[in-house]
Each structure stands twice: as structure tokens, then as C-alpha cells.
Design a protein around this ligand. Structure first.
Ligand SMILES: Cc1cc2nc3c(=O)[nH]c(=O)nc-3n(C[C@H](O)[C@H](O)[C@H](O)COP(=O)(O)OP(=O)(O)OC[C@H]3O[C@@H](n4cnc5c(N)ncnc54)[C@H](O)[C@@H]3O)c2cc1C
Length: 462
């Protein structure tokens, strides 16, 4: 059991205010409250919040924290949905948003170098001006950071073609407890010397050290894109439609799925450009050269035709974004069904997505609650929303039981309890069931080498 500092002493406060003068150290209740929660709505009050502006301050902070056994919680934009950015056991939140420079975007090396406060969409915009492309695109791309994305290994719509954030990180600089500075990887696109310490930090959610700089890979910006929305009369033709596209040798940039309940919810707030008879839908994006996109769109529609889609809408150029409206409206639309939601993001082998959807609906029926399924079919990543009303006696508890059943279903189907959001506080109880004690012991042993006193983001599940 790690023995942490039980509270912030007067000497601790003096140290922090000297190292982070003025607004760099927040000790007031209001100042700290703003850093007590993330998008999970889990909440715990930090004892202090510090906002470094220079790497040297981070080194000094980690030297002190190790000596004082002071828990530290790295934080970027706090959009994490499972509580990883919450100071669960008390201690100091380290907000990295003041370190916000894009240090380099290099069209010859095809790399970008960023500090922790750089928002992903901002990097993408700077890259696009140089006809360069940084593909990771979580739905939070305009509010979350490149390094926050790397720390959670964020996925996104384009993961089916371009992979997740892990696939784009080439190197990093991290400060470890005790103030050691680790530099791993670099600007090389290939490197097979030694163990891959860079990758250990991806998805580690700040549990190994604090990342102060990251080098990511870029590729040329695709010249054009087009999107295809296709509705089907039943779930099995919809799943077969996705299979047919991949079997035709196509690799779309995005391959999204929406079930009948999702379409019904969106219809309550917006137009859905598909007939009422649609029971499941696919949404594809293809990208590349203008000629390639035209040809791929035609081949994609041809591959779907034998499944007799009940409706197909193709969006190109200025009209492409409109095809995505139905997908982008899902989140607000779900609350038309019931006012509260337990939202999970399981992933299963791609061939089992149809079965996962059917059984998730059955779980909903068994618990008397509507279940909506949608998500990144191309990588088997399903968002399962269990709708309920906490003001109705028993519904919150039923939603919790249904959530547990969905997690067990994911594990039974050879999948995972989280494809992209992580485990943090909200899924901690299920991690041993998926990973097993031996794997967790190995992960703990690896962590102990980086963080012997366990001060980095304690209280969170792997
Ligand atoms: C509307 C919405 C849509 C979303 N869509 C997606 C999606 O499509 N795909 C997806 O994967 N996620 C999604 N998320 C979840 C969230 O955006 C991601 O987890 C994101 O990567 C978090 O980035 P952040 O900058 O907000 O980091 P934070 O939430 O601040 O931190 C996340 C984790 O990273 C650690 N961390 C942050 N900075 C550092 C650092 N410098 N060094 C070490 N550790 C650090 C923190 O301690 C924490 O554990 C969504 C969230 C919202 C609110």
C-alpha cells in the first residue's frame, strides 16, 4: 500500500506558490473546483492546482512530489469520460494548458512537435495549411489535446483506415517522479532499437509520468473526400453491407453504424435522409485523390446494391457535411428517449458486431430499458447507450445492472470493455475480469519502475 501525504501542509503551500507564482498556483476553493471533475462527471476536490509555463517547473515539481509522496494528476482539457483526470485520492492537479506551443510542423520530415496544451483540431488546421494531415479524430477533436489523446489512446471516426492515436506517435519527452527526464523515440518514422518506451505512455493516462512534448507523424493531406449514407431494412443486411464493402477491396476512411433506435431518436429532433422503413444504417467516408474518391464511391455503392438498401445518399463537396448531420445529432437526440444515459464503448471482433447489437437490445429488454447502439463498425467499436430516468424508482439500478451485462457480453464475445474511452474510475471494477491478475501484476511492476512511490494519477484502474 502506498503511503501518500495526507494533506497539504503550510510548507507544501509555500513550495508550490514559490514555484508557480501568481495565477500559476490555485489554492482557493473556487479555483480548485474548476479542476475537480472531467466529462465523466466524477468529482473530487484537489488540494491545489498548478499551471506550469516552463518544463523546468515540471521537473522541479516532480522532484518535490516524489520526496513528499504527493499524488499528482496530469490534466489537459478534462474531456476524459471515465474519470481519469479526476484527483480521486487528493493531491495536486497539474494543468498543462499553458504549455501550448506547436513547436514544429515539418513538411520534409513529415512530423509535428507539440506541447501538452495543443488542441488536436488546432494542430490539424496548421498542418492543413501546409497540405499535411494528422488523422486522429476523436469526436472531441476541437476540445481535446494531442497529448491528452495520446495519454488515452483516443480513437475516432477515421480509425478504420488511419488507426488510433497510438499509430501516430513517434516520440516524446516525459518527466518522471524524482524529476528524471525521459526522451524516447524521435523524428524517425522507423526505429527498432530497444523496447518501445514511447508506446508505454500511450493510453497510460498519466500513470507513468508527465509528458511535456510529443512528436507525431504526418502524411499528405487527402485532396478530396465523399460520404455515403445507406439505410437497410434489417440489421443483418446492414452488417452484410459493411462486409461487402471490405470484401470489394475498399478501405473507407470511416465506416459508422446506427441502429433503428438511434435513427428514431434523431428523427425526433432532425430530418434523417432515409426512409421510415430503415432499421439500420451505415455511413461511409472515402478520401484520397479526386479521381480515386469518385471511383471508390461508385464501387462502394455497387458493393452495397446486392443488399437492396432502402435508401442511399451520397454527399460530395459542399454537400458532404450534410450527410454526417444524422451521426453528429446522435448525442443530443438520445435524451429524447429518456433523460439519463449510461454510455459505454465496448469493442468486439468485427464479425461479431451484429450479434453484439442484437444481444445489447435483449439486455435492454430484460432490464426494461431502451438501448441504442451506434459507433465505429469498421473497428468493431460500439457505443451502447442505456437510456433511463433516474426519477423513476429502480431505473438507475436497472441501468447499472444492464451496463454490467453489456461489459460481460463484450468479454464473452472476445472483445473489450472499452475501445477508446478507457477505464479510469467508472469501469475499474471490470478491469480484473477482462485482464486477469497476472497481466495486472505485470502492468503494476512496469509502473513501479517509472513511479516507485505510485504518485502518478493514483486511484485509477489500468
Ligand atoms: C463530446 C466528447 C466526445 C468524445 N469523443 C471521443 C472519441 O470519439 N474517441 C475517444 O477516444 N474519446 C472521445 N472522448 C473522450 C476524450 O475526449 C478523450 O479521452 C481525450 O483523449 C481526452 O483528452 P484531453 O485533452 O481532454 O485530456 P484529459 O481529459 O485532460 O486527460 C486525459 C488523461 O490523460 C492524462 N494526461 C493529460 N495530459 C497529460 C500529460 N501531458 N502527460 C501525461 N498524462 C496526461 C490525464 O491524467 C488523464 O488521465 C470524447 C469526449 C467528449 C466530451
Amino acid at each position: 500500500m502506498n503511503q501518500y501525504a495526507p494533506s497539504l501542509t503550510e510548507a507544501h503551500r509555500r513550495f508550490l506558490t514559490d514555484l508557480f507564482p501568481g495565477e500559476g498556483c490555485l489554492l482557493s476553493a473556487e479555483g480548485r473546483a474548476a479542476f475537480s471533475a472531467d466529462s465523466s462527471r466524477c468529482r473530487a476536490m484537489p488540494w491545489a492546482v498548478v499551471r506550469p509555463e516552463r518544463r523546468e517547473q515540471v521537473v522541479e515539481l516532480l522532484r518535490w512530489a516524489e520526496a513528499e509522496h504527493m499524488p499528482l494528476y496530469p490534466r489537459a482539457r478534462g474531456t476524459c469520460q471515465v474519470g481519469n483526470a479526476v484527483p480521486a485520492l487528493g493531491g495536486v492537479v497539474v494543468s498543462l494548458l499553458r504549455l501550448d506551443r506547436i513547436l514544429d510542423v515539418d513538411p520534409d520530415d513529415f512530423v509535428a512537435v507539440v506541447e501538452p496544451g495543443v488542441v488536436t483540431a488546432d494542430l490539424q488546421a496548421v498542418c492543413a495549411k501546409k497540405k499535411l494531415f494528422y488523422p486522429p479524430d476523436p469526436a472531441s477533436v476541437k476540445m481535446s489535446t494531442v497529448i491528452g489523446n495520446a495519454s488515452t489512446c483516443a480513437g475516432g471516426l477515421r480509425a478504420v483506415k488511419y488507426g488510433v492515436t497510438r499509430d501516430w506517435v513517434l516520440g516524446l519527452e516525459a518527466v518522471l517522479p524524482g524529476g528524471r527526464v525521459l526522451r524516447a523515440g524521435g523524428r524517425m518514422h522507423k526505429d527498432v532499437v530497444g523496447l518501445d518506451l514511447t508506446r508505454l505512455f500511450i493510453g497510460a493516462c498519466g500513470k507513468l509520468g508527465l509528458i511535456t512534448e510529443m512528436t507525431v507523424k504526418l502524411i499528405p493531406l487527402p485532396e478530396a473526400s465523399a460520404s455515403v449514407l445507406a439505410g437497410f431494412a434489417d440489421l443483418s443486411s446492414c452488417m452484410e453491407g459493411a462486409r461487402a464493402v471490405f470484401r470489394a477491396g475498399l478501405l473507407p476512411a470511416a465506416c459508422e453504424f446506427m441502429d433503428a433506435n438511434v435513427l428514431e431518436a434523431v428523427r425526433r429532433i432532425d430530418d434523417v435522409p432515409l426512409p421510415e422503413a430503415t432499421r439500420a444504417a451505415l455511413l461511409f467516408k472515402v478520401d484520397g485523390t479526386a479521381e480515386g474518391v469518385r471511383a471508390e464511391t461508385e464501387r462502394l455503392c455497387a458493393a452495397l446494391r446486392p443488399l437492396s438498401p432502402v435508401g442511399v445518399t451520397v454527399g460530395t463537396g459542399a454537400e458532404e457535411e450534410a450527410v454526417w448531420t444524422v451521426r453528429r445529432r446522435i448525442s443530443p437526440a438520445t435524451f429524447q428517449i429518456k433523460p439519463n444515459k449510461v454510455a459505454e464503448d465496448i469493442a468486439v471482433p468485427r464479425s461479431r458486431v451484429g450479434e453484439a447489437v442484437e444481444r445489447a437490445h435483449l439486455i435492454g429488454e430484460e432490464h426494461g430499458l431502451p438501448v441504442l447502439c451506434y459507433g465505429h463498425l469498421g473497428d468493431g467499436n460500439l457505443h451502447v447507450s442505456i437510456m433511463h430516468d433516474v426519477s423513476v424508482p429502480g431505473e438507475a439500478e436497472a441501468a447499472e445492472r444492464a451496463k454490467n451485462a453489456v461489459f460481460r457480453l463484450a468479454i464473452e464475445l472476445g472483445g473489450t470493455i472499452s475501445g477508446e474511452h478507457g477505464t479510469g474510475l467508472t469501469k475499474a471494477a471490470f478491469v480484473p475480469e477482462q485482464l486477469g491478475a497476472a497481466s495486472i501484476a505485470l502492468m503494476d511492476a512496469i509502473k513501479a519502475n517509472f513511479d516507485p512511490s505510485g504518485i502518478m494519477n493514483p486511484g485509477k484502474a489500468w
